[in-house]
Design a protein around this ligand. Structure first.
Ligand SMILES: NC(=O)c1ccc[n+]([C@@H]2O[C@H](COP(=O)([O-])OP(=O)(O)OC[C@H]3O[C@@H](n4cnc5c(N)ncnc54)[C@H](OP(=O)(O)O)[C@@H]3O)[C@@H](O)[C@H]2O)c1
Length: 341
């Protein structure tokens, strides 16, 4: 598996990183802990040895599973987690409302206040069972807290040796600049934006800025939650508790539009290089300018094997433009009735 340095930090990551959101349950429905742990361990074996998690994923459950998976193999793993979303106190700005497993209401707040950042990092260290976390990222901007205050707290934790590198997620360019200037000589290691063949907004300014400023970029949802693997056929039914059941991109017309492009344009490329659709999509993603790595959510060892296989895949020369053109011309119906190009 190809590896790359994360910005100017001393952290190196494989180009395909294991995403640990789905294994926490919640939006993704039922949890399967044994296969989740087996998947993450398989990742350590095949070079997909960086794992992206967050306290909010399963309200601590994802981090605990990651801790179990890396137990006894800490030196083999690169751990990325996050701070800034709290479900257990109501400081900050309300982000969304949901439900706990027992059905009781839950409110999640954006909270990147210094005291909260420290508390979250202490809790993550405990759940993960480690002495130091490789990368801690601010999950979403918190408009109630100056970025300089959040960065100050993270820089102190770094000085104390509790974290190795500082990242952010879902930040725009102005926020990225403010974060770096607050950190002074300490590098802002990474940003984590959404980016896929169906969601290319980051190309406008976030990816060019990060490339120029030497900030690493680890992109999320590169497979569009499975839609870009070709395995979401018209017949596939998501369980009642799987959030994709109601997501606009998975509605029948959108599945048909996406699957037609996968069949007509991506399948011939995949056949040509002996790869699967998911592998071609991931290889395309990590080859884009400014992208350091892609976070591919995995729930089982077979998905790890497949996605890790994209890490060394070279696409034929004429494939890039064909894939680019096919997806650029797509129009999907979104939730709000708008059309996404
Ligand atoms: N910073 C943020 O705000 C943010 C937001 C979202 C995600 N993330 C991070 O990014 C990671 C990835 O994003 P994501 O989970 O939204 O989406 P994703 O990686 O695009 O899709 C993951 C899902 O696709 C399916 N899948 C994966 N590999 C497959 C394969 N080879 N063949 C068929 N299906 C496959 C699995 O679903 P099935 O259950 O159908 O198998 C899996 O759960 C997350 O785990 C999380 O770490 C961060």
């Amino acid at each position: 598996m190809k590896t790359r340095q994360l910005g100017r930090s001393d952290v190196t990551v494989p180009v395909i990183i294991a995403g640990a959101w789905a294994i926490g349950g919640g939006y993704w429905g039922a949890r399967h802990d044994a296969s989740a742990i087996a998947a993450l361990r398989r990742g350590l074996d095949v070079g997909m040895n960086a794992i992206d998690t967050a306290p909010i994923y399963g309200l601590g459950h994802s981090e605990r599973l990651v801790g179990q998976a890396i137990a006894g193999r800490r030196d083999d793993a690169v751990i990325l987690t996050k701070v800034g979303l709290r479900w257990d106190c109501d400081d900050g700005e309300l982000f969304f409302e949901g439900k706990h497993d027992d059905g009781s209401p839950m409110k999640v707040y954006r909270n990147a206040r210094p005291d909260s950042v420290r508390l979250e990092v202490e809790r993550s260290l405990e759940r993960l069972g480690v002495d130091v976390i490789d990368v801690v990222q601010v999950h979403w901007p918190d408009p109630t807290t100056p970025i300089a205050d959040t960065m100050g707290a993270l820089a102190t934790l770094r000085e104390e040796g509790k974290i190795r590198a500082i990242g952010v997620s879902n930040y725009d360019v102005e926020m990225l600049k403010r974060a770096q200037s607050s950190l002074g000589d300490v590098p802002l290691a990474s940003d984590q934006p959404k980016y896929s063949l169906l969601a290319r907004e980051a190309e406008v300014d976030v990816l060019p800025h990060c490339a120029a400023a030497e900030v690493g970029v680890v992109v999320y949802s590169p497979l569009e939650q499975g839609l870009l693997t070709g395995k979401v056929t018209a017949e596939r039914v998501f369980a009642d508790d799987d959030g994709r059941r109601h997501r606009a991109t998975f509605q029948p017309r959108n599945r048909a539009v996406v699957n037609a492009v996968l069949k007509n344009v991506v399948t011939p490329v995949a056949a040509d290089c002996g790869a699967t659709l998911a592998q071609v999509v991931l290889a395309w993603t990590v080859a884009q300018r400014g992208v350091t790595a892609a976070l591919a959510g995995v729930r089982g060892a077979e998905q790890v094997d497949e996605n890790a296989g994209a890490g060394d895949l070279a696409l034929p020369g004429d494939a890039w433009a064909a894939i680019d053109a096919a997806f650029t011309g797509l129009s999907l119906d979104l939730d709000d009735g708008a059309t996404k190009k």
